[in-house]
Design a protein around this ligand. Structure first.
Ligand SMILES: [Zn+2]
Length: 210
């Protein structure tokens, strides 16, 4: 018995490690509207951080997001993806270039820990109206670091809060939790299962078939 317990523990650890290593990033472009700000200079860093405007998520996470999108379409809205999987080296680049106050304030991800975006189970998004095609009113712009960006902010217009709360509820029904400080940032409940990755966008397909 004394030898069996450590052996069982070892098997458990190896199984967990094997599961954690599974990554299957899929391209969101076919089914989703994209507005990848980090592929332009229209972002909080005023820098082009991605070479291409692409968005990837782990397959089960992308499938959950597809279900959110079809729920919202029945209500006259659709998702606009602002950011999804982010290679680790981009997290490090943002950290290196960001003002010190943003680092100490926790507004940019510490590369020592890795951002949840590095795992492909986290997504930044907003909604558009299907009737007008335009993004709906939200309490703030994307990557706003003020209290108005908090998911429970009660100021601002009623319409903006109504849109934000509709988005948060639709995401929650399919396993996504909003970040309390950022109404646009959602983690899928399975995020700890996936590893921090540094595969560039143009190598994602190759990494999958390896
Ligand atoms: Zn985010």
């Amino acid at each position: 018995m004394r030898r069996v317990v450590p052996l069982l523990l070892l098997v458990l650890l190896l199984t967990r490690a094997a599961l954690a290593g599974k990554s299957d990033l899929v391209d969101l472009a076919p089914g989703f509207r994209l507005d990848i700000r980090y592929a332009t200079t229209n972002n909080f860093m005023k820098m082009k951080l991605y070479p291409e405007a692409r968005a990837f998520l782990q397959r089960p996470v992308a499938e959950a997001l597809t279900r959110v999108n079809s729920d919202l379409k029945k209500q006259g809205y659709e998702l606009i993806i602002l950011d999804a999987y982010r290679p680790w080296s981009v997290t490090r680049l943002i950290w290196d270039r960001a003002p010190a106050a943003w680092r100490t304030g926790g507004y940019v991800g510490d590369p020592a820990r890795g951002s949840r975006h590095n795992r492909g189970a986290t997504v930044d998004l907003t909604m558009a109206s299907l009737k007008t095609g335009n993004p709906v009113l939200m309490p703030t712009q994307y990557d706003d670091f003020t209290a108005a960006a908090h998911a429970n902010y009660q100021g601002g217009s009623w319409e903006a809060r109504k849109n934000r709360d509709l988005l948060i509820r639709a995401m929650a029904r399919h396993g996504f939790t909003v970040l309390p400080e950022e109404w646009w940032h959602f983690d899928h409940r399975d995020w700890p299962k996936y590893p921090v990755m540094d595969v560039p966008f143009n190598k994602v397909d190759a990494a999958r078939s390896r």
